[in-house]
Design a protein around this ligand. Structure first.
Ligand code: C2E
Ligand code: MG
Ligand code: MG
Length: 408
């Protein structure tokens, strides 16, 4: 393919594009229909690409990835390819399979060496796949800048993690009716060398993509248990909630690592709550069941974070013996202003009651929201109205004042 690009570059100059196509869910086609069917699918797909009017070269780069050289540029490339391919279905041995694939498109210039063109198209394809099935992205120079920024941010994050420059803040979780403190959620913070606070939404995603999250997550767990050990010892019911990313949960020794962290502080599992997102709990349900069971046997509770934003299978929720559903902040935000927000919160609360799970509302900001949640019989909550996330020293102070106001 690189040689073909080179020849094109010599002959044509600027008027062509390199397109990478990656078939969506190819492994599922392979697993469901078998290797023979999957091979036929690939052969037919390749033939389809070869016969597109604008195709000037086709190559198969890996199992389900193809490269096309097309004699056109501009936004038209995506449009033409879509119109010629997207509505097609492949009929193999009488089985009709719709075509779904992602595309990364790079426009070619005389000054670009073929490996660079391939790099651009690969980057665009990666972006497209991240957005989901059937997506297409055309490479732009801004992508390189943002890639460089991300690489440099990741390297600073690694250094700052090693040099203990990250820290945790804690947000109280309370019983809504009595105001009694249940525990805290640990949230990680990062101030980079220039003194700028980077949002966890940004650096957690970066850490997840690079695998650094396994180390970062373990640091958070260890630090949170260390910071809160005295609070746990003073109050048998006090629980520290720690967010756990999918990759951490998937580590084969995850349960042992958690056990070791608790052991280091001499704490029992009843003081720890692990928050996982809906996607983790559902995608590897069978594997998760054993891990959840082992954690529960240690007294650890499991909460589903941001509940309502993903896709949960109710039967799995029951099989996994989840302890708590955390209603996502976006629904609490709309609780008193839109009927859909109200209905979703109400539905999650009913679901929790039926499945015998606790329900905790996240992001309570107003008295109106608090009162509505109490009316709906929501047990627990957290949010700026109750307290903002704070450093451990401030938390100790907050707890003293709060305890004076509400008997524990
Ligand atoms: P999350 O676990 O759902 O955490 C709740 C987020 O809502 C936190 O944002 C918190 O500061 C914010 N929040 C709490 N109350 C309110 C409120 O009343 N109003 C508003 N507008 N926001 C409120 P934060 O700390 O920026 O964290 C964002 C996300 O980053 C977290 O969402 C979690 O998914 C992730 N994250 C944070 N720390 C960790 C960590 O240690 N490990 C992992 N894996 N993820 C983490
Ligand atoms: Mg959370
Ligand atoms: Mg949440």
């Amino acid at each position: 393919m690189l040689r073909a690009l080179e020849i094109k570059a010599e002959g044509k100059g600027d008027g062509y594009a390199l397109v990478l196509l990656d078939i969506d869910n190819f492994s599922m086609i392979n697993d469901t229909f078998g290797a023979y069917y999957a091979d036929r699918f690939l052969i037919d797909f390749a033939a389809l690409l070869q016969h597109l009017p604008m195709t000037e070269g086709v190559a198969r780069l890996s199992a389900d990835q193809f490269a096309l050289i097309v004699g056109s540029t501009g936004s038209l490339v995506e449009e033409i390819l879509r119109s010629q391919l997207i509505s097609r279905t492949l009929v193999i041995e009488g089985v009709e399979t719709p075509l779904s694939f992602c595309m990364g498109i790079a426009h070619c210039h005389k000054e670009l060496a073929p490996p660079e063109m391939l790099g651009h198209a690969t980057l665009a394809l990666k972006r497209a796949k991240k957005m989901g099935m059937g997506q297409a992205i055309t490479f732009s120079d801004a992508m390189i800048c943002s890639l460089r920024e991300r690489v440099s941010m990741l390297s600073s994050l690694k250094q700052d993690l090693d040099h203990h420059r990250l820290y945790l803040v804690y947000q109280p979780q309370i019983h809504l009716k009595s105001g009694q403190l249940i525990g805290v959620e640990a949230l990680v913070r990062w101030m980079d060398e220039s003194g700028q606070m980077i949002s966890p939404a940004v650096f957690i995603e970066l850490a997840e993509q690079s695998g650094l999250i396994v180390k970062l997550g373990e640091w958070v767990l260890r630090r949170a248990l260390f910071d809160c050990a005295d609070l746990c010892r003073a109050q048998p019911g006090f629980r520290v909630a720690v967010n756990v990313s999918p990759l951490q949960f998937q580590q084969p020794d995850f349960v042992d690592r958690v056990k070791a962290c608790l052991h280091e502080q001499g704490l029992e599992g009843q003081h720890l709550d692990l928050e996982i997102t809906e996607s983790v709990s559902m995608s590897y349900a069978d594997e998760m069941i054993d891990k959840f069971k082992a954690l529960r046997e240690m007294g650890i509770t499991i909460s589903i974070d941001d509940f309502g934003t993903g896709f949960s299978s109710l039967s799995y929720l029951e099989r996994l013996h989840v302890d708590c559903l955390k209603i996502d902040r976006s629904f609490i935000d709309k609780l008193t202003t839109s009927t859909s927000g109200y209905r979703i919160a109400q539905t999650i609360l009913t679901l929790g009651q039926r499945l015998n799970m606790r329900v905790l509302a996240e992001g309570i900001e107003t008295d109106a929201q608090l009162n509505e949640l109490i009316k709906l019989n929501c047990d627990q909550g957290q949010g700026y109205l109750i307290a903002r996330p704070m450093k451990i020293d401030a938390l100790d102070e907050w707890i003293k004042i709060h305890t004076d106001q509400h008997s524990l």
